[in-house]
Design a protein around this ligand. Structure first.
Ligand code: F0G
Length: 488
């Protein structure tokens, strides 16, 4: 078998650059596209929350790439040789060797998933009144840091929240803001600076190594730790190779080592990075390792499995090596770029430049008539499911919180994320999404807002239930039937 790695986009004779599947599909799962009447009923039964849908009602599941990336033949076969042992498993030895080679870290602690790492890191390093600067938060990160008494500061650049930008690195930290923050709060109150690779909530946007080096310099000047959320590190490395001149001819493997070498502590959700399930905390610093190790034993399990199944640990090890393969990590960004570029050409507002994880639709631009208090991103997620069976994820005010007075903290951006788990969807499925989003845009005036009817206090977007503010879903369905006749 060849070890060559290639990017997934090729030039067709027409002159167009088209993403090409550089893999063959050998195991398949049957999908159903149900009639719109069933989709509307399913959406109502789910409380207008796409997290509450059953996959039996979903056609294309673009909710997330978390735990849903396609695994390789080599990953599946590795799972069969798993060494079940409470302690000292050889599966862990292989995981340790893989993480050490790919991230360059001596110490590796498995955990059951990314937020378990966040729990442990937050408990180990954050105390009440601490301040944590970062490029941008992730939902579970924020929840864990705040529960431990920390306060988050998002110190992104002016470009970060612009929907349409040509800035290649919208995930960069504004280093002037970082210096000002350290001056204001003093290094003693800053346990670490957090950098998130391919910044999830602002549209999968990468940071540059130039920026990371500057953050490292500032951290060193003040004796502050740098923590890297590496859940989407492969894609960030791919964008560095594509967009940062210095690394044009550097291998992904070497770029990963540079990024990890600039961090004191690295953690990740392996539901993303290695196309498995699980997660880990890694470091080269023994003092940091010892500080988190005992919490892993307390909350996760023994240090050679950390709440993961040994089968997943084997697959993770193989997946780590595959993260250095450009063919693997360019697949999702290539399809995202294809969809985002075509939507943009049709005048539909999407986050540009295209990033990692998914294509992100700007819902305030798409549904300008729906006020933010009526959750335009949640409304668009519901409407798209009704007209297509495509399940996306709301990443806007529903994913935010309420303030002390009970008012919604309005999100900076209202996004509908259409995730592209790696090597799961084909180009014709992508064209279907393009078609139905375009139709919905032409009929956007029919889409109305949502209101909460049942709202959990913590991470409300997962389990909350909402309702439409009017009968707009029925009107949308009637227009669909008028335009598409009997077709699904
Ligand atoms: N950090 C980032 C950047 C993430 O994207 C996620 C999860 C986590 C941490 C938490 O990891 O789910 O394994 O506990 N993101 C998923 C998503 C849920 O859909 O974007 P986890």
């Amino acid at each position: 078998m060849s070890n060559e790695t290639q990017s997934c986009t090729v030039k067709f004779a027409s002159g167009q650059n088209i993403p090409l599947e550089l893999h063959k599909v050998r195991v398949v799962q049957k999908l159903f596209l149900h009639p719109i009447e069933r989709r509307l009923k399913a959406m109502r039964d789910a409380g207008f929350n796409t997290f509450q849908l059953s996959t039996t009602d979903v056609f294309l599941d673009m909710l997330t790439d978390s735990g849903t990336n396609a695994m390789s033949d080599n990953q599946i076969s590795a799972m069969l040789r798993a060494d079940d042992a409470y302690a000292g498993s050889q599966s862990f030895a292989r995981m340790h060797a893989a993480v050490k080679e790919v991230f360059g870290t001596e110490y590796v602690l498995p955990v059951h998933q990314g937020r378990a790492a966040e729990n442990i890191i937050s408990q180990a390093f954050i105390k009440k009144g601490d301040v944590i600067p970062m490029n941008y938060h992730f939902t579970t990160t924020k929840a864990h840091m705040e529960i431990n008494g920390g306060r988050l500061f998002e110190i992104y650049t002016d470009e970060a929240l612009k929907i349409k930008s040509d800035c290649p690195f919208k995930g960069n930290i504004d280093t002037n803001k970082l210096r000002a923050l350290i001056k204001e709060y003093s290094p003693a109150r800053i346990p670490f600076i957090r950098l998130e690779a391919s910044t999830n909530l602002i549209g999968g946007q990468p940071f540059s190594i130039e920026n990371m080096r500057e953050v490292r310099r500032i951290a060193d000047e003040h004796g502050i730790m740098v923590v890297l959320d590496a859940s989407l590190i492969g894609e960030n490395a791919y964008f560095v190779k594509q967009r940062e001149a210095e690394f044009k001819n550097t291998s992904i493997k070497d770029i990963l080592l540079v990024m990890c070498g600039l961090s004191d502590l690295i953690y990740f959700s392996s539901r993303k990075v290695s196309s498995t399930r699980g997660g880990a905390i890694c470091t080269n610093r023994k003092d940091l390792y010892l500080k988190v190790r005992d919490l892993v034993v307390l909350f996760e399990g023994f240090v050679t499995y950390g709440g993961m199944s040994v089968r997943e640990i084997e697959a993770l090890a193989v997946g780590m090596y595959e993260t250095t393969d450009e063919t693997v990590i360019s697949q999702s960004p290539s399809f995202i770029a294809h969809l985002a570029t075509k939507l943009d050409q049709r005048g539909i507002p999407v986050i540009l430049p295209p990033g990692a994880l998914g294509c992100h639709i700007d819902c305030m631009g798409f549904l300008p008539h729906v006020p933010q208090a009526q959750y335009p991103a949640g409304a668009l997620a519901a409407a798209l499911f009704i007209v297509s069976g495509v399940r996306g994820m709301e990443r806007g005010t529903i994913s935010s919180v309420r303030d002390d007075k009970g008012n919604d903290v309005l999100a900076d951006v209202e996004l509908l994320r259409l995730a592209f788990p790696r090597r799961v969807f084909t180009l014709s499925q992508t064209e279907y999404v393009l078609d139905r989003v375009t139709w919905l845009h032409q009929n956007r005036s029919l889409v109305g807002g949502l209101k909460f009817v049942d709202e959990p206090a913590v991470l409300r977007f997962f389990m909350g239930r909402l309702d439409a503010v009017s009968d707009w879903p029925e009107k949308l369905m009637a227009k669909f039937r008028a335009d598409f006749g009997d077709s699904l």
